[in-house]
Design a protein. Sequence first.
Length: 319
Amino acid sequence: MRRNGTRSLPVLGETMFERDPVRLMIIDTSPANSGGAHLLHTYCSHFDPQRIRALMVLHEDNVWAARYRENETADVLVEDGMFQSNTVAAIHETSAGAWLREVVGRTALLTPAFYRLVQEIRRHRIDVVMGLCDTPAMGAALLGTVTGRPAIMHLVSTYVNEVEPAGLTALGLLPAVRRVVQLSRYSARQFPLLHRKTVVIHTGVDVDAVQRPRTPSLRGPRGFSPDVPLVGIAGRFVAVKGMDVFVRAAAVIAAKAPSARFFLLGDDRGRYGDEVHRLVRELGLSDRVTFTGFVGDVYAALADLDVVVVPSRRECAPV
């Protein structure tokens, strides 16, 4: 929106900026192909470059970093220091004491990266700072406070303790934080003190991308006939996504439907991936279960599945 030579960013309401395009720093601590990383790529692909230019703060392993560089939808700043504080374990920690120990320890590791980002905000003349998910959202609130820039906390998690929402609420009340974005009304209800700053933006689906004609990538290339039932899950290999739940369910189904085959779509490297592989072997499913690894066109894979499973233990926005 333009008014008297200034530009406003819609999610910030009437906040005005004196130049085009508005420079938006977006911090994302997703080193893998997470839903949050995909969400941000969808955001950036729809930005009008004449209105908004994003500076993405990413881990080099983030699979979207190369894509941003290739299609020039955003600038990329690699900041590995932010990713020493991956909060996946912390956000699903039910013990308040364990959560606090995790956060205190990780905060110490964040300090050098925080200082570097302050310098980058000034060097790139950033207008707005946004953090996706918990650690980046906390960082955005503090960076905005230190640099005098408006901040957006974009929260995408569900919580199993009361400590983390309380900590995020305290930061969300800082004057620099202009908006707190939630993916659902359910998530927003966990932060009642922030209701005046909260805006619910449901996770978007790129309908054109979903409906685009594509060649299914699982059945034909792997030699499965049309009458073989294919069942699958797509997601990050972290415990909260329930890949182990899927495998145990597959064992039950396999006993009743001997022709069924099962697919786990996603980067299965890491400790949890190793655990799921071991479970498949223990249940005698090695010839029935396929680990695809990272899938570039997940829609083409999903198009071949007869059943898509979402076995997440907790999920704020399964897409």
